[in-house]
Design a protein around this ligand. Sequence first.
Ligand SMILES: Cc1cc2nc3c(=O)[nH]c(=O)nc-3n(C[C@H](O)[C@H](O)[C@H](O)COP(=O)(O)OP(=O)(O)OC[C@H]3O[C@@H](n4cnc5c(N)ncnc54)[C@H](O)[C@@H]3O)c2cc1C
Ligand code: FES
Ligand code: FES
Length: 494
Amino acid sequence: MNAFTIRRELRFILNGKDVDLSDVAPDQTLLDWLRLSRSLKGTKEGCAEGDCGACTVLVGRLTPSGGLVYESVNACIRFMGSLDGCHVVTVEHLAERDGRLHPVQQAMVDYHGSQCGFCTPGFVMSLYGLWMQTPEPSDRQIEIALQGNLCRCTGYEPILRAARAISSYGGTAKDPLFAERASMITRLQALQDGTRVEIESGDGKLIVPADLDDFALLRDALPSATVVAGSTDVGLWVTKHMRRISPVIFIAGLQELKTISVKDGLISIGAGVTYSEAIETLSQHIPALGELVNRIGGQQVRNMGTIGGNIANGSPIGDTPPPLIALGASLTLRRGVERRTIPLQDFFIAYGKQDRQSGEFVEAVHVPIPGADQSFAVYKVTKRRDEDITATLGAFSLTLSADGTVETIRIAYGGMAATPKRAFAVEEALLGQPWTEATVERAMERYAEDYEPLSDMRATAEYRALVAKNLLLRFYLETTSGAGLAQVSRYEAA
Ligand SMILES: Cc1cc2nc3c(=O)[nH]c(=O)nc-3n(C[C@H](O)[C@H](O)[C@H](O)COP(=O)(O)OP(=O)(O)OC[C@H]3O[C@@H](n4cnc5c(N)ncnc54)[C@H](O)[C@@H]3O)c2cc1C
Ligand code: FES
Ligand code: FES
């Protein structure tokens, strides 16, 4: 890339129209822009934190293989700076010019999927995104697509009936986003000019690097800038905490960070890979992780949020660090052209403090695939099954020697300490011991050495301490039940 080529405007396509914007604040959300600057008020604001789905729109982006994929996203926490080179589709784009409704809309009308109507555009857009990818979805696929859409009126059953019926109203071939796909790809390709975007607005500044090397350069030069990948954490810093985040470097469009590869028993996941992009590979090689990903946020959050962001954020209740630590994952950090790879568990030093030098960023995480003789499980405990933040999450990885003693054991928890953390004392009590209930019960007494959990709105300290021990017992029972280890992330009502 030519670092000296700088474009001073964002360029993307809104519904059918080209948009050039030279005055965009770094914390401007797509939702505010649609409603306040374009008067596109079909997209609603419910929660402004990615939970309710009322603001759902589709964002189409080119894939590395030259295709075009449309994904549902939360416009309330999506910043404008991440839209360069994309196609934004709002609910206003669906009906035909003569007023005839789109099959998704007509199904919602006919099956009484709408009452007060506030959530309806969001449901329509989520179902539209699903229908484009899977015209005849299973009930499970519908549920997954709608995890991030809340309705207070319908009781959901009419919406599910509408979802099942969409294809009977017309096939996808006539849909504009299908029919015009080739020309849209050409239009979006024309926007990919390989330049860096820099826009100053008031006292704020946003930057979209031209490529990964440009990002490394910028990160080094502006170590205090806010890096934004999927914005599913940073979005809330703005909408809920009114934090100032300028200058902002947007990295969601960097293809080099979007690679996911499987080689020599290791899955390497680029920091820009979203949950939705990772799920197929994870489900194939580490099914329990695939199940866990489906318990993170709703589909819109999974379409934006990255594993890299989950790690870099360093939250003690981030869902991916504990299982990745239990699997022995490592992290590649980069500053300029320098790279270093460290065990993931060493990255988390204290609350809000990670082993990251000034100007360094997360480039990739490398996850060993469990061997055939290895038992691995992760249990996420929340108050409701879908779209809820972890109270306690435990991850376990075990191999036994031929005589049934514990050969290797790695246990890590979230929600139990100021960081995602290994249970070293518990592991010590298990290592080399026969894998029996008596050993596990002895090990359960060591939890207090590893963790002093807090009480908060999600769970009391007592509950966390108890459930953490019981998860080990559950892991033991599952590995010895004879039915084989259930490779699923479990749900427990806290
Ligand atoms: C409704 C909702 C539900 C959610 N549910 C869950 C859940 O169930 N489980 C869970 O774990 N999380 C959940 N989250 C939190 C969030 O989705 C995850 O933490 C997500 O993985 C963050 O990734 P991101 O790409 O959106 O990060 P961003 O918000 O873009 O960034 C997060 C942090 O990481 C930094 N960062 C991002 N990428 C890099 C990089 N490459 N190098 C250095 N720093 C970087 C940013 O500067 C920032 O500090 C939820 C969020 C929402 C809004
Ligand atoms: S307004 Fe609720 S998810 Fe965006
Ligand atoms: S129809 Fe009223 S919130 Fe869904």
